[in-house]
Write a protein that binds this ligand. Structure first.
Ligand code: GDG
Length: 474
């Protein structure tokens, strides 16, 4: 990667590749699955794009490389930075604070110092590789100081920022000892994107109150004459990709195998989440188990498959959660299960996309009940995989996806009885009713896929300060 050669730079905590070791022991990179990469790939190719991110691990001095034609620029983290910037400030402070204090955030000054240091390094790197007038798109909560740090060095750039998680109301955000610094960091961008309009409004209000800038609707007016726009761009998935996968013979076969392995129950309930306390896994399994205990659902006729993908395993709250869920599943199966007929089939593992699509196809009722979630892509993936317009979605009101997927059975995940009622309704619904809802949700998801999201953000960003900088080609 030559200096100042990229017309589009993505700055994210992680590179979009994972390190794998081939059978003969040679290490290589495999693209990490996900809509973000597939949406950005074509724009990156068309614009001499480069992606800056942590490759995982602690190796230092790695050179930029290309993988599948994408220019990747590794920025290493030391063991201490992983602990303080990533596990600490990002996932021990910001993550719980931005998710409505579902867990208690910890505030440590040395975590903050590491956050500043890492953000500065990523910003310096972006400043080095971005061409004159280039567009830089900074991703997510781990990188909130990058926009202003970058602007200080490179005022010629057009800078966008997108937050994948919720942005909390002022009442919560103001607990943060470094609230002003974070707001100022974000204000380095020309466009700050959020999942939902409410988050953009929270941001605008905080900027007015805490930084004292003038604001009007979705605009912030800075003293130097620049304006910053805050707006919602709800993220989505690669709908065509999921539909194609779900339509394949091998996924259909695998879906029937899964049902068979479960003992061909009448109803398969499914949950798929990163093992995270925001996702509401514990409460959902409790609700389901009470329905079985009270004989509203019969063992063997209904089964709950819960996939919990390992996540942030070195953070203490995540270890505690894992133990809690292990114990709960053990108790439910121990108390209510029968030989060969568990109530909950619990999988603490991650799976290839093919298997995920087969699970979506195999499930009659998809249960997505986070206490707070920026969007929740799993809900949209389920809808995309239901080619036959069947399948019921039970969805938390507190997932961003609930704004679009209005025809789901919406629930308050704090209300166990309410969740039980919704699970029963979804289970008992007439096929016609299920189809009516699924058809409407499929229309929504198909209309607004991840390309729509990326194009929407990048064209809005290009429209800010139109006289300034290069244009990104869609
Ligand atoms: C954050 C925000 C927002 C999960 N297990 C496996 C696997 N997955 C994939 C799913 C889905 C993705 O991971 C999870 O996305 P979610 O949106 O559900 O949740 P977060 O990870 O918390 O994502 C969230 C998102 O960012 C995007 O802005 O929607 O609100 O919290 O795509 O399919 N994929 C594979 N194997 C697994 O075992 N292949």
């Amino acid at each position: 990667m030559r200096n100042r050669s990229a017309d589009l730079v993505i700055v994210a905590n992680r590179l979009p590749v994972d390190r794998v070791t081939d059978d003969d022991g040679t290490p290589s990179w495999r693209p990490s699955p996900g809509g973000l990469v597939s949406a950005l790939e074509p724009v990156m190719r068309a614009n001499d794009g480069a992606w800056i991110g942590w490759p995982g691990g602690t190796e230092t001095g790695m050179r930029p490389f290309t993988s599948d034609g994408l220019s990747l620029v590794p920025e290493s983290l030391s063991a201490e930075e992983i602990e303080e910037h990533y596990e600490g400030f990002s996932n021990g402070t910001l993550w719980p604070l931005y998710h409505d204090l579902v867990a208690k955030p910890e505030f440590h000054r040395e975590w903050w110092d590491a956050y500043v240091r890492v953000n500065q390094r990523f910003a310096d790197r972006a400043a080095k590789i971005a061409s004159h007038g280039a567009t830089v798109w900074v991703q997510d909560y781990q990188m909130q100081l990058v926009p202003q740090m970058l602007r200080d060095k490179r005022p010629d750039l057009r800078i966008g920022f997108y937050l994948h998680i919720p942005f909390p109301p002022a009442e919560l955000f103001q607990q943060l000892p470094w609230r002003r610094e974070i707001l100022q960091g974000l204000l380095g961008a020309d466009l700050v994107g959020f999942q939902l309009p409410g988050a953009a409004q929270n941001f605008i209000r905080l900027v007015r109150q805490r930084v004292g800038h003038k604001t009007h609707r979705d605009l912030v007016y800075l003293p130097d004459g620049r304006t910053v726009k805050a707006a919602a761009f709800p993220i989505s998935i690669d709908v065509d990709g999921f539909e194609e996968l779900a339509a394949s013979e091998s996924v259909a076969e695998r879906a029937s195998e899964i049902r068979e392995a479960l003992g061909n129950p009448d109803t398969v309930f499914l949950g798929i989440d990163r093992l995270d306390y925001t996702k509401g896994i514990y409460a959902r399994l409790r609700a389901f188990s009470e329905l079985v205990r009270d004989k509203h659902l019969a063992v063997g006729e209904a089964v709950f498959v819960q996939v919990a993908t390992p996540s942030r395993e070195r953070v203490e709250q995540y270890r505690i959660l894992r133990d809690d869920i292990d114990r709960l599943v053990g108790r439910i199966n121990g108390d209510l299960g029968e030989i060969g007929k568990p109530v909950i089939s619990y999988l603490h593992s991650s799976y290839p996309r093919h298997e995920m699509a087969a699970l979506y196809r195999a499930a009659d009722v998809m249960v997505v009940t986070p206490f707070r979630d920026g969007m929740n892509l799993v809900a949209k993936e389920y809808v995309a995989c239901r080619l036959e317009e069947d399948g019921a979605l039970v969805l938390s009101e507190f997932a961003g996806a609930a704004d679009e997927l209005r025809q789901a059975w919406l629930v308050n995940p704090y209300d166990i009885n309410g969740m039980k009622a919704a699970l029963r309704q979804a289970h008992d619904a007439e096929p016609k009713e299920i189809q009516r809802r699924m058809r409407a949700m499929r229309r929504t998801v198909r209309e607004r896929d991840v390309n729509h999201w990326a194009d929407g953000f990048l064209s809005e960003l290009a429209a800010t300060r139109p006289d300034h900088g290069k244009k990104v080609r869609p």
